[in-house]
Structure formats: structure tokens, C-alpha cells
Design a binder for this molecule. Structure first.
Ligand code: GZL
Length: 325
């Protein structure tokens, strides 16, 4: 009987001690910092590289647990994922928004739950920017301006620029800003015209489909302004099948955004004229921002990643081989 009470007493003390340490008996003492991450999808090589950059920044760090949900390019799936994160009581939320509009309600729900949130890659169109800690991503308008400045040097003022415009996901910051740069430039160049704006949704398959259809009845273009590499690859297939040349010495000058390894190889080989870089590799930067937040440091409202543009003149094979994505 004595033994029974001594076991009971030590069990009670053990449970009591767990209570004193503040950690419930069921919770591990060194609980990881759980981050819910809602990613756009896997629509492009850029996105795959961005996801890899994010997951590798956290995967071997026991202090963090990154839980990623792939929205398959649907904003509704992002809302569902974020509400799941809130119910699960995550410590932090990261959102790569599919499109800019429609985020007020769910960001307010996150704020009401007391969970900090970082917006990454694209942006959200909300009045109250206290709904998120910071927005880390590219300056997409600057990317577009790099492209039109290059084109301005390529098309003499006495020649016509007949520009076919392949647009990414409508409403995504990358699409809005890259489109704005082109449309603003066309408005100030009387010898430039956009022959058509085709919806390619940032995917190779969709771009191939709409380009093939367009080229059946329209072949009079001399510039392709394509808002990401995967759409460009689809367009190149369609141009090949329509017997239209492109790149160095071709009928059509090709401008593409992202500057993935495959696009840079085409650029080096003279098949693409301009690759505008869009850097997806900011997983460690996001992690540093979270560390700063946890240390009580202030973080800027917008963090831009460094980017440039490349033509065949600047690209060596060594450079292409050295690229991480
Ligand atoms: C840009 C990113 C865009 C890429 C596309 O930061 O949002 O989405 O340019 C991707 O490749 O699909």
C-alpha cells in the first residue's frame, strides 16, 4: 500500500512540475514556431524555385515548422488554408497572394486572431496596411520599365513596333505592373502598338493554346512581350509551328520575365532577346524578417529583392550554368 502512495505522490509531483514550467504536460518544452504558408501554386518554374527557396530555408531548423498549402492558383483555396491555420493556432502566417483584390476580410480575421502575417511575392490591395507586417517581393513596375527601355533602343522611331502581349494571371501584381509598364510606354511611342493582349495565366499550356489560335489569323507582329518564361516557352512552340522566326535576326523580338535557367539558355543561344530577372530566391530573407519580428525589431513595410535584365550580349554559358533556378 505504501508503494502505491509513493508512486501516486511522484506522479502528482511530476505533473505539478510540468505545470510550474508553464508548459502543459502534453506540450513539448521546446515547441517549434509554427508557420502557415499559403503558396500560389506550381504554375511556373519560377514558382517551383520560390517554393524550394522557402521550404529549404526552414526545413532543417528545429526551431521552425513550415506548413505549406498549395492553392493551385485559386484565391478561395488560400482563404480556406488561412482559416485552417487560424484554427490550428499557428504562430505566424505567410501568404503569396494569387491576386491583389479580396484580402480585407481574411486578413482582418488573422489580425483578430493575433497572428502576424507577411505578404510575399505579389501584393494585396488593402486600405489598412497594418493588416500585414511587410510585403517582400519584386518591383514589377521596374521590371516592365527595364523591358520597355530596352525595346526603345531596339526599334528606331521611323519603324513600327507591333507588339503581341501575353499576360499572366489577371489581377496578380506581376501582371498588373508588367502590363502597366508596357501600356504606359505604348502611350508615349506613336510608332508602337499592341496588336493583341492574350491571357496566358503564367502557364506554358495556356500560352501555347492562345498563341496557336491567334497566329492562325494574325502573323504581322515583330515583338512578343511575354509576362513570364513559361508562357514564352509555349509561345515559342506556337511560333515554330506557324513558321514565324524569332530571336536574333528573326521576325519577332522576344521579351520575357523571370530569367529562369532555361530562358537564359535560349537567350544565350539567340532565341530570346531579353530576359528580365524576377528573383524567387528569398526564403532566407523571409526567415530573417521573422527572426527580426520575434526579436522585437522593426521591419520595413516593403522589402524589394535585387534584379536586373539580360540580353544575349551579357550571357556566357558559364553564367547560365551557374544559375540556381
Ligand atoms: C513574380 C511571380 C510570377 C512569376 C511567374 O513574382 O508572382 O508568378 O513571374 C509566376 O512565373 O507564376
Amino acid at each position: 500500500m505504501k508503494r502505491f502512495f509513493s508512486i501516486l505522490l511522484s506522479l502528482t509531483m511530476l505533473l505539478g512540475m510540468a505545470g510550474c514550467s508553464g508548459a502543459r504536460a502534453t506540450e513539448p518544452v521546446n515547441k517549434a514556431f509554427v508557420i502557415g504558408f499559403s503558396q500560389v501554386g506550381s504554375e511556373s518554374d519560377w514558382r517551383v524555385a520560390n517554393t524550394k527557396s522557402m521550404t529549404s530555408a526552414f526545413e532543417n531548423d528545429p526551431e521552425y515548422d513550415l506548413v505549406m498549402e498549395n492553392a493551385r492558383q485559386e484565391q478561395e483555396n488560400q482563404f480556406t488554408a488561412v482559416r485552417k491555420f487560424i484554427l490550428e493556432g499557428v504562430d505566424f502566417i505567410i501568404i503569396a497572394p494569387t491576386v491583389e483584390e479580396g484580402w480585407e476580410t481574411v486578413l482582418t480575421e488573422i489580425k483578430d486572431a493575433g497572428i502576424p502575417v507577411i505578404i510575399m511575392d505579389r501584393s494585396v490591395a488593402v486600405e489598412d496596411d497594418s493588416l500585414y507586417l511587410t510585403n517582400i517581393g519584386s518591383d514589377f513596375l521596374r521590371q516592365g520599365k527595364l523591358a520597355v527601355e530596352w525595346l526603345n533602343g531596339e526599334i528606331p522611331s521611323d519603324k513600327q513596333a507591333k507588339i503581341l502581349h501575353l499576360q499572366g494571371t489577371i489581377g496578380a501584381t506581376a501582371q498588373i505592373q508588367r502590363t502597366k509598364a508596357l501600356e504606359d510606354a505604348v502611350a508615349t511611342h506613336s510608332n508602337w502598338e499592341i496588336t493583341s493582349q492574350l491571357y496566358g495565366d503564367f502557364t506554358e499550356a495556356k500560352a501555347y493554346e492562345v498563341m496557336t489560335e491567334y497566329l492562325k489569323t494574325n502573323k504581322d507582329i515583330n515583338v512578343l512581350y511575354s509576362e513570364n518564361d513559361n508562357m514564352t516557352f509555349g509561345a515559342m512552340r506556337a511560333l515554330d509551328e506557324a513558321g514565324i522566326t524569332y530571336g536574333n535576326g528573326g521576325q519577332v523580338k522576344i521579351i520575357t520575365f523571370d530569367a529562369t535557367k532555361e530562358a537564359l539558355q535560349y537567350c544565350h543561344d539567340g532565341r530570346i532577346d531579353l530576359c528580365v530577372e524576377c528573383n524567387p530566391l528569398f526564403g532566407t530573407t523571409v526567415k530573417d524578417l521573422i527572426k527580426k519580428y520575434r526579436n522585437g525589431e522593426t521591419i520595413p513595410k516593403h522589402v524589394y529583392v535585387d534584379e536586373t535584365a539580360y540580353t544575349t550580349k551579357e550571357i556566357t554559358q558559364e553564367f547560365v550554368n551557374s544559375r540556381e533556378y
